[in-house]
Ligand binder design. Structure first.
Ligand SMILES: NC(=O)c1ccc[n+]([C@@H]2O[C@H](COP(=O)([O-])OP(=O)(O)OC[C@H]3O[C@@H](n4cnc5c(N)ncnc54)[C@H](OP(=O)(O)O)[C@@H]3O)[C@@H](O)[C@H]2O)c1
Length: 313
């Protein structure tokens, strides 16, 4: 495998977030010394002029685009215009500037909610656009689909393979958003169990039956896959690449494992009057595995690592 040289100039957009911070950790660990990072105050990616000026001045050779507007169901429902607008603007501005600046390789993050609501499991990349995504996150999904197709369109029009869209399943790890209102299911649950442990609460009530299954992937696993995708000898790809751990677990198993990791000793109360959501969301990541990547972090180890980080905050 022929990876970029250790002094390659790599721009990590969204370096302080869940996936961006994992990319920085991974690149540092692999010996990359020339990372370019900017806070949002220094570089607002929704501002096309700022983005163009940044690329002209810095000329990064590689771009990992982990900046975006992300949130749970509630935020997606209440701020749909912000979700579509911000993610579209970021993709448009960064890809155009990266193209003009002759970036060698860019990785863009799609999302598993781009897949149609009713898709056979595990979901292969061919299933994209074969039906309607879940309505609650449709504006976000549309922006993400636009970003993916922007990558594929640039590649096709210019006969190159510079922009690689990847589709991680639900990510978790240090620097996740642990707010019970705006965070994703795993991080919000960790925060709730932690609080219940501190309060000595007898029970934690959870929505639904606990039977739906979800696939979680540690952000460090995502970062390792992205580094592999910067290789010069990447075979030709005509589709985005799913990026999942390959194993799904039920929400009940998630809650039991989380309870053990956090050390909460109360009971779980399942409120089956509340909706369950999709029964299963598992990505078929066999294409990525054929390229030589494999998830390295077991779910329980990943949760322990995340909880250690959370407790230190
Ligand atoms: N988390 C997941 O489960 C998951 C799964 C699949 C795909 N993805 C995708 O992966 C990417 C990263 O997700 P994440 O979970 O790491 O998100 P995150 O933790 O919320 O981090 C996003 C980062 O992007 C920055 N950012 C947002 N808007 C920006 C803007 N307009 N200009 C400059 N910086 C901006 C944020 O900075 P501020 O905090 O200062 O705003 C933050 O540092 C997103 O595109 C997301 O759609 C995430």
């Amino acid at each position: 495998m022929s990876l970029p040289p250790k002094d390659a100039k790599i721009f990590v957009a969204g370096h302080a977030g869940l996936i961006g911070s994992a990319l920085v950790r991974c690149l540092n660990k692999a010996g990359y010394t020339n990372l370019v990072i900017r806070s949002r105050q220094q570089l607002e990616l929704q501002n096309a002029d700022q983005v163009t000026a940044f690329f002209e001045a810095e000329k990064p050779q590689y771009v990992l685009l982990a900046a975006g507007r992300v949130g749970g169901i509630l935020e997606n429902q209440t701020l749909p215009a912000d979700f579509i607008n911000e993610n579209l603007a970021i993709a448009l501005n960064v890809l155009r500037a990266a193209h003009q600046a002759d970036v060698k390789r860019l990785i863009l993050f799609g999302s598993s909610c781009m897949y149609p609501k009713e898709t056979a499991q595990p979901m292969p990349e061919e299933a994209l656009l074969s039906g309607h995504p879940e309505p609650t996150s449709l504006p976000y999904a549309i922006a993400k689909l636009a970003g993916v197709h922007l990558c594929l369109a640039y590649n096709r029009q210019y006969g190159e393979q510079r922009f690689i869209p990847v589709i991680p399943n639900s990510a978790y790890g240090p620097n996740d958003n642990f707010d019970p209102k705006s965070g994703h299911v795993l991080s919000a649950l960790m925060a709730r169990f932690h609080q219940a442990k501190l309060d000595g609460a007898d029970t934690v009530t959870l929505w639904g039956s606990g039977t739906p299954r979800r696939e979680f992937i540690h952000a460090d696993d995502i970062a390792a896959a992205c580094l592999m995708l910067l290789r010069n000898d990447l075979p030709q790809l005509s589709l985005p690449l799913n990026l999942g751990s390959g194993a799904d677990i039920s929400i009940r198993e998630l809650a039991e494992t989380m309870k053990r990791v956090v050390g909460y000793e109360g009971e779980l109360d399942w409120d089956s009057t509340k909706p369950d959501g999709a029964l299963r969301k598992l990505l078929d990541s066999s294409r990525l595995r054929q390229l030589g990547w494999q998830s390295q972090i077991s779910f329980e180890d990943g949760l322990r690592d995340t909880y250690d980080w959370y407790r230190q905050q």
